[in-house]
Ligand binder design. Structure first.
Ligand code: HEM
Length: 132
């Protein structure tokens, strides 16, 4: 199982990059008035990428020894993922005011950056752990 680690990690990281950049492109396009980001094929592509990301993440949790998660960085990371999804959904919601959607997009990007920080540093505070 451990021999799968490099492959699964690469799949996870590729899905992370794809998911983040695809979200930003869709959200900015939707904010500028484009209708394609809400069309079914583009939404389905987003679900598929996120599904791969989640599956690879869960597989990593199974592969890696439990001691790696001892300081709860993964729990914090999963909490941030939920927050990221909520901000992402708000940024795409046409019924919300434009300034609320812009703010949601900014918050989603900040949250995403912190998810990457927690994952890379294995620390619940993410990038903030460098200064605190
Ligand atoms: C937006 C969502 C996510 C982002 C941006 C993200 C980002 C990352 C990044 C940047 C890494 C580090 C890769 C490296 O060390 O080179 C990583 C590793 C990892 N992620 Fe995620 N991830 C996300 C979602 C998830 C989810 C949902 C899970 C679990 C269900 C998960 C579990 C893991 C695990 C276990 C590792 C391995 C850490 C290690 O190799 O030491 N991730 N993630």
């Amino acid at each position: 199982m451990t021999s799968l680690y490099p492959v699964v990690l690469s799949v996870h990281v590729c899905a992370v990059i794809l998911s983040g950049s695809y979200f930003v492109i869709r959200a900015i396009s939707a904010l500028l008035g484009a209708t394609w980001p809400r069309a079914r094929p583009f939404r389905t592509a987003s679900y598929l990428i996120d599904c791969v990301l989640l599956m690879a993440g869960l597989t990593l949790v199974v592969i890696l020894p439990a001691e790696i998660f001892a300081n709860q960085w993964l729990s914090i990371k999963l909490g941030l993922v939920v927050l990221y999804i909520a901000f992402g959904m708000a940024a795409m919601r046409s019924s919300l005011k434009l300034h609320v959607r812009c703010l949601s997009l900014i918050m989603a990007v900040i949250t995403y950056t912190n998810i990457v920080g927690t994952a890379l540093l294995h620390h619940p505070l993410g990038w903030a752990s460098k200064w605190i």
